[in-house]
Design a protein around this ligand. Sequence first.
Ligand code: PLP
Length: 401
Amino acid sequence: MQKMTTIEKAKKYAMPNYGQRDFVVSAGKGSYVFDENGKKYLDFGAGIAVTSVGHANARWVKAVAEQASTIAHCSNLYLTKPNVDLCEELVKRIGVGKILLCNSGTEANEALIKAARLHGLNVTGQEGKKTRIITAVNCFHGRTLGAVAATAQYKIQHGFAPLLSGFSYADFNDLKSFEKQMGDDVAAVLVEPIQGESGVTPATKDFLKGLRKLCDKYNAMLLFDEVQCGVARSGKFLACQKYGVKPDGVSMAKGLAGGFPIGAIWLGKKYQDLFTPGTHGTTFGGNPLACAASLATLKEIDVKKLADNATKLGEKLSKALKTIVKKYPQKLVLERGVGLMRAVVFTEAYVNGEVCKKLRENGLLLIPSGANGLRFLPALNVTSAEVDKALKIFEKTIERL
Ligand SMILES: *Cc1c(COP(=O)(O)O)cnc(C)c1O
């Protein structure tokens, strides 16, 4: 009998929730990945904004290998140095407060939701009185049930009723719409400073500043989901630092450990002790292997000044993409984004999934985003020459559509 290919095996043994996958990655180095035949692709998706310091980064590999051969896991019954060092490093970058470590973006948002509920309990002294969380239409907060209830998108929620109650939705970048939903029963407002999944839509400064005031007025927590836009991708460690708006809590994940699963929340001083002993926990969360990967990632971002690189090359990428958009108005509508989180939106005549496949055939990996967009989320240490090369492949592909 002939040996099954990886694609055939996936069809037989892996659940079909990701649709039909027809591309097998076998290795990566820097901003490149390789398929099973050794063909090289420029990876401008970085595993959805995850491999922030590139594939097989030397510092990251060394740190993970050393930690793996020292101790990988010991549970949260005990302390480890990498775990506590990571909490310290995050507080140093964000501000006075404390950190809770977990394993993914959705899990980080679950922790924020639970923190909001505890805040409501503290304020009212009663369970169930101040529990509502307002989120934005077209947001994305993850796939566990709390995060699904927070995610105001039919395609994410459909099929999973009954949803967790206590959420209401308002329009992104529309302060009046949030004001209308506000009340004393609101425990928190949760938004992405730059919406990722729905097409890379940055918040306006006035919107985030207005939310800050609104939350203060109603004694509600202002929570930012920085799972995608955080960890230097915007040009600052957190996107909200670029806006100059201070939240009460933040969730992080994707790029935080450079490819190792991790999640984290920061809560500011007023809220840092909401989770009292026994109120929350995770077996894997913050294990020394994940924390070593994250510490190496943060160090590489600092030493190589990758936040500045995100600003500089983000501007270069944006300028060039805007020129391409202008050149092909029947095909492209617009470019938008911040730092190295960018998207182009196609006219309705083009299906982003199909364009994505053509780009891949030409050697460039991008990621579909929103109704008809494609995202550029390269590693933060991408070079100017790699950006040029990606732009060349992109324009050539667009020209031939
Ligand atoms: C990806 C993402 C999540 C979910 O993270 P997972 O690690 O996939 O659970 C939540 N919020 C935002 C903004 C994201 O981009």
